[in-house]
Ligand binder design. Structure first.
Ligand code: KIV
Ligand code: ZN
Length: 393
């Protein structure tokens, strides 16, 4: 596998004075924030099956759900906890006793408790002042710690909160016993430089820093990586980037960027990414767009003659990641852009090895003319063309 930080001069120079961690923890919230995708509702069995697959994939933490939200949710989380998976199981709770009790009742290893801190949320949602919010956070964290459970604390809408106040909230949370502090970019307004600045600003707090980035501007993955450059050690993400509105940082993109670009390790077995993506798409009924990085159907597909020729000569020309590394396969797609190299490779793959030059030219002509009609050309189409040219039909 190529690591761009080592092989690419531009990236190497850009990162040379940055103190990067060796490992980053992957906190998967597909079953909580991912399930908050409009229209998605998983059954207990589906949640359990996805949790098992996430565990096999190697995520460090599975946020299995929001226990207070329904009886079915609690049943699913309890079942997931009873499986004794390798991953830590986490439940979400507002900074309220009844939410926390529901999470404790499920038997989770970690409780992710949160309260909003931004002026907007303080005024219009919580109708609480700054001090009341700190008190509520402290009470919640102390209550969880009394039960001997690990606490991850989030200041919801952290990225629209006054810097000084945000740091004070996190300081108090740590004093109360929070083991991890999570920084949510709740409505995805950060840019990488600002996220990097914020995490550096918080970095002197003596605790593991995590980030939770939403994708409203399409920057969730970039912001998560910028946070790692600044010292964050855990990233919240979801399979296929599922989540509220534009979604959350996509696990597959975060992980492959960490591994292949930065050379930072996670515990993810990347060869399983495609399989898990397909399972999540099936149960959530949210299709993955074809041009989605890593797990999309076109992520390793080549149609243009120039690209197909390139990858057939040397994979790295147009494949920055080997498809097998993420459980995918290279696809050479035939169409009007296809060149002769790709058609030759496809014919060989279909077992047509002894064609004359004239037959081959005729096949190329017919494939291109079919492509010109706006058709996506399947293997079946190619076989029909060849058989016709060979006079067998
Ligand atoms: O986006 C968000 O702020 C959240 C919180 C519950 C952490 O999902
Ligand atoms: Zn969120």
């Amino acid at each position: 596998m190529i690591i761009y930080r080592e092989e690419n001069e531009i990236i190497r120079e850009a990162l040379k004075n940055i103190n990067l961690p060796k490992n980053v923890y992957i906190f998967d919230t597909t079953l909580r924030d991912g399930e908050q995708t409009p229209g998605v509702s998983l059954t207990v069995d589906e949640k359990v099956e996805i949790a098992v697959k996430l565990d096999e994939l190697g995520v460090d933490v599975i946020e299995a759900g929001f226990p207070i939200s329904s009886l079915g949710e609690r049943e699913a989380i309890k079942k997931i906890c009873s499986l004794n998976l390798n991953a830590e199981i986490c439940g979400l709770a507002r900074a309220r006793k009844e939410d926390i009790d529901a999470a404790i009742d499920c038997g989770v290893d970690r409780i992710h408790t949160f309260i909003a801190t931004s002026p907007l949320h303080r005024k219009y949602k919580l109708k609480m002042d700054k001090e009341e919010i700190i008190e509520r956070a402290i009470e919640a964290i102390e209550y969880i710690k009394e039960h001997g459970i690990k606490v991850e604390f989030s200041a919801e809408d952290a990225t629209r909160t006054e810097l000084n106040y945000l740091k004070e909230v996190y300081k108090k949370a740590i004093e109360a016993g929070a083991d991890i502090i999570n920084v949510p970019d709740t409505v995805g307004v950060m840019i990488p430089r600002a996220m990097n600045y914020l995490i550096k600003y918080l970095n002197d707090l003596d605790v593991t820093i995590s980030v939770h980035c939403h994708n409203d501007f399409g920057l969730a993955v970039a912001n998560s990586l910028a946070a790692v450059e600044a010292g964050a050690k855990q990233i919240h993400c979801t399979i296929n980037g599922l989540g509220e509105r534009g979604g959350n940082a996509a696990l597959e993109e975060v992980v492959m960027s960490l591994h292949c670009i930065y050379g930072i390790k996670t515990n993810i077995k990347t060869e399983k990414l495609y399989e898990v993506s397909k399972l999540v798409a099936k149960y959530t009924e949210i299709n993955v767009q074809p041009n989605k990085a890593i797990v999309g159907e076109n992520a390793f597909a080549h149609e243009s003659g120039i690209h197909a020729h390139g990858v057939l000569a040397h994979a790295l020309t147009y494949e920055p990641i080997p498809p097998e590394l993420v459980g995918q396969k290279r696809k050479i797609i035939l169409g009007k852009h296809t060149g002769t190299h790709a058609i030759k490779a496809k014919l060989k793959e279909l077992g047509y090895n002894n064609l004359t030059e004239e037959q081959f030219k005729e096949i190329v002509k017919r494939i291109k003319s079919l492509g010109d009609k706006g058709k996506r050309i399947t293997d079946r189409d190619v076989e029909a063309i060849v058989e016709d040219v060979l006079g067998r039909v």
